[in-house]
Design a binder for this molecule. Structure first.
Ligand SMILES: [Fe+2]
Length: 226
């Protein structure tokens, strides 16, 4: 219990600041002042990929990550200005930042790589995946198998540009297992909220619907570093 006290104290202080300070802007994501704005993905509601209510609720969850990332930034600035960087609150909130930030950014990558569109003719991404995995289908099989891992997290295809190598990765929660410096090409939300409301326990069905709804030109653009 004693070990939990610093964490509880930090979270209580943070929830207090949550009531006191809400910094969420409208419009595109802009961080010129150090804060973030929630992006608008409402066009996906008419794309008929997922049902309206589960997807609309998913947008609200994403907006919560944007809000809490901004709250963390604000509170950490306050603590730094007050010279309170040796406090337990500062220490615990610093540890929380990557979780909130990745919760925001991974959702943005996920929503942006939805919206069914085929791979462009002569796709460099498809050719590179086929070269590394033996065939595009072999990579597809490996990626989809990974999506069935138990637990909450994310499945992603990342590209290690330094070594010109892809990796299919599982991210635990939002921040466990993210390879430093790797670039996200394709991201799939595998928290229960992403599929349970519509597909219940049928995660394989969710994976198939996701696969059929991938915005491949967006993935191609990320692979090319554009
Ligand atoms: Fe999500």
């Amino acid at each position: 219990m004693r070990a939990l006290f610093p964490i509880l104290a930090a979270l209580l202080a943070f929830s207090g600041s949550l009531r006191a300070q809400v910094v969420v802007k409208s419009g595109g994501a802009a961080a010129s002042d150090g804060y973030y704005a929630a992006r608008d993905y409402s066009a996906l509601l008419s794309a008929k990929i997922f049902s309206f209510t589960p997807l609309a609720n998913h947008f609200k969850l994403y907006q919560g990550y944007v809000k809490n990332t901004n709250l963390l930034i604000g509170r950490l600035k306050e603590l730094e200005a007050a010279g309170a960087t040796s406090t337990q609150e500062y220490s615990e909130l610093k540890r929380r930042f990557g979780w909130e930030f990745n919760g925001m950014r991974l959702h943005e990558l996920y929503f942006a790589n939805l919206g069914p569109a085929v791979l462009p003719e002569g796709s460099g991404l498809k050719a590179a995946l086929a070269a590394q995995y033996g065939s595009f289908e072999a990579w597809r099989t490996a990626f989809l198998a990974m999506t069935q891992v138990r637990g909450n997290g994310w499945a992603a295809l990342v590209y290690d540009r330094q070594a010109s190598t892809f990796h299919n990765i599982w991210i635990n929660e939002h921040d466990g297992g993210v390879p430093a410096g790797a670039e996200f090409v394709l991201v799939m939300d595998l928290f229960e909220h992403a599929y349970m409301p519509e597909f219940q326990l049928d995660k394989a069905r969710y994976a198939q619907v996701f696969w059929d709804a991938i915005n491949w030109p967006e993935a191609e653009k990320r692979f090319l570093g554009k």
